[in-house]
Each structure stands twice: as C-alpha cells, then as structure tokens.
Design a protein around this ligand. Structure first.
Ligand SMILES: [Zn+2]
Length: 317
C-alpha cells in the first residue's frame, strides 16, 4: 500500500481565468512534471477525483451560492453561443469559463474522496492537486480565485457523514483563509490554525474572535524562523489540546520567498518542517490521518519544489 494518495483530474486543467492570470493550469503541470522527474509520483497512490455532490457542497455553502455558480455557467454557455465573452467575471481577480464549475466540483470531489480513502484506512494521508483553490470561498460568495471551499466541505463531511467529533484545518497559505473562517467560526467541531501576511489581501484580515480560530497575522518579510516559532508556540499546543481526529491542510505555497504574490520569505525546507510538525501531531490523536489540498502558489518552480518537499514528508520518502 502506498502511504499517501494523490488526487487530481484533467478537468482541473480546463478552468482558466484569462490570459496571463497567475492562477493558471500550468501550476498543476509544474507539480506533475516535478513529481515525475523526482520519482516522488511513483510512490503515491494516484486516483482520479470524482465530482462532488451538491448535498455535500451544501455542508459548507448555501444553496443560493451553488445555484448562482450553476446559473452563471449556463448563462455563459448561452452568451458564448451568441458570440459573447468567454468568461464571466466574479470580481476583478476571479472569473469563470465554461469548465470552471466542473473543475470546482472535481476539486471538492478530490477532497471528499481523499477523506473517504483515508478514513477507510486505504492510505494514511492524501494530497489533492486541484484547482480552483478554495480557502477564500465563503458560505455564500466566490472570491479571490476560489469558488468552493474544498477543505471546509471535506471537514464538514468527515464530521457529518463519517461521524468524527473533532477535526482541524491547518492553513499555511500567505493569504488569510477568510472563506474558511466565514464557514467554521464558532463551529467547535473544527479548529482552524493559520498564519497569514497582514495587512494584505483579503482586506481586514481575520474578522472573528471565535475561540476555535487561531489566526496569526504576520508582517510582510516574515521568514522561516519566525514562522516556525509561531507554529511551536501557538499551533502545536492548540492542536494537541484539541485532539483532532483528522487534520486537513489548506496547502498554499505562496508564502515562498520566490513567490511575488506575497512578500514572505519561506523556503522549501520550511514547508517540509511544517509538514513534519503537523505529521507528528496526527498519530497522537488522528491515527496519522491527513488530507492536504492545494491552495495558492504561483511561482511555478517554487510551487513544484515545495509540493515535492511537502509530499516527501507526508509519504516518508
Ligand atoms: Zn494565497
């Protein structure tokens, strides 16, 4: 048995938001190329992501949000037939093409299937190489390149459908996971721990003081040693005290020093170190169960190398 699963789908390549957009299909290709060249891909249990069902999506999103995204997709098809634009703009940074909805269903479906596989004991951990990302998607709103909150849908699914009592979401993307916060704030069955560059996108940073959130703002130019100290002093004691039965990771790699999307200074070794520390928590309470989903990461080489470092730790390579 390969210890770690790898979930993806070709539909995730078809979603694109216009020429030159940083959240582009090449991100997934860069990861795939790196896993091939390094041999890491051979050690993973590769699986095709299914489409998430609407009832599962509604564990984290309103029915109106789901209907609105579907309606935009249908409207876009009609407009294209009539010679109109190929994208529906959601906000200045976020747009849908006709493939976006299916890609979003695959991205959420990957997280759900990974959750099933890990909870069935078929693998210890899993990484979902998917796009669109999810952690800015709020209960009733798409924004910041995100449409469905993949990690939160899967976390609720683990609670509601598999009967777990407590799960944790760890978010190391450079941006605040405002969508995740919007959905889980006050839900004591979920502990969210994160750090994020602040002030930065999305404006305002964390807006909730709910006791199940450990959201740590850090200034631009924060580097690995400071982040590691925060993880040691704030994340790990809370995670251990909370005793999550499963750990989800919003794995964004845009806090990398090479990534122009943010101004932080992490390197591959920092991602490996964070993964290792999270992985040390998992056997104590969660039978080692970790499901990690790709969020940001826009410098293609840094993204690919960081994902490789993350996977080498998860899979003990
Ligand atoms: Zn990000």
């Amino acid at each position: 048995m390969n210890k770690t699963g790898y979930f993806t789908h070709t539909d995730c390549w078809k979603h694109e938001m216009g020429a030159g957009h940083p959240e582009c299909p090449d991100r997934l290709s860069a990861i795939e190329d790196r896993l091939l060249v390094s041999g890491v891909g051979d050690a993973l249990d590769r699986r095709e992501a299914p489409l998430a069902s609407l009832v599962d999506i509604e564990l984290a999103h309103t029915r109106m949000h789901v209907a609105a995204l579907r309606g935009l997709t249908d409207g876009l098809r009609d407009e294209i037939k009539a010679g109109g634009p190929s994208h529906a703009q959601i906000d200045p940074d976020t747009a849908m093409n006709v493939h976006t909805w299916d890609a979003a269903l695959r991205a959420a479906g990957a997280a759900l299937a990974a959750t099933d596989a890990v909870l069935a004991g078929e693998m210890e951990s899993a990484f979902c190489a998917v796009r669109p990302p999810g952690h800015h998607a709020c209960r009733d709103r798409a924004m910041g390149f995100c449409f469905l909150n993949n990690v939160t849908i899967a976390a609720r699914y683990a609670l509601e459908r598999h009967g777990l009592k407590r799960v944790a979401i760890v978010d190391f993307d450079v941006h605040h996971g405002n969508g995740t916060e919007d959905i889980v704030a006050g839900d004591q069955r979920i502990l969210m721990v994160s750090f994020y560059q602040h002030p930065f996108y999305p404006e305002g940073g964390s807006r909730s003081n709910a006791s199940n959130l450990v959201n740590l703002p850090v200034p631009a130019y924060t580097k690995g040693p400071q982040v590691r100290a925060l993880v040691e002093s704030h994340w790990l004691p809370r995670l251990d005290a909370y005793q999550p039965e499963m750990i989800f990771i919003s794995a964004g790699f845009d806090a990398h020093r090479a990534d122009d999307m943010g101004q932080m200074g992490l390197v591959e070794a920092d991602y490996a170190w964070m993964t290792q520390r999270i992985k040390e928590v998992a056997p104590r309470h969660a039978k080692g169960r970790i499901v990690s989903c790709l969020e940001g990461g826009y410098h293609l080489d840094a993204l690919a190398l960081s994902v490789e470092a993350h996977l080498r730790i998860l899979a003990d390579l």
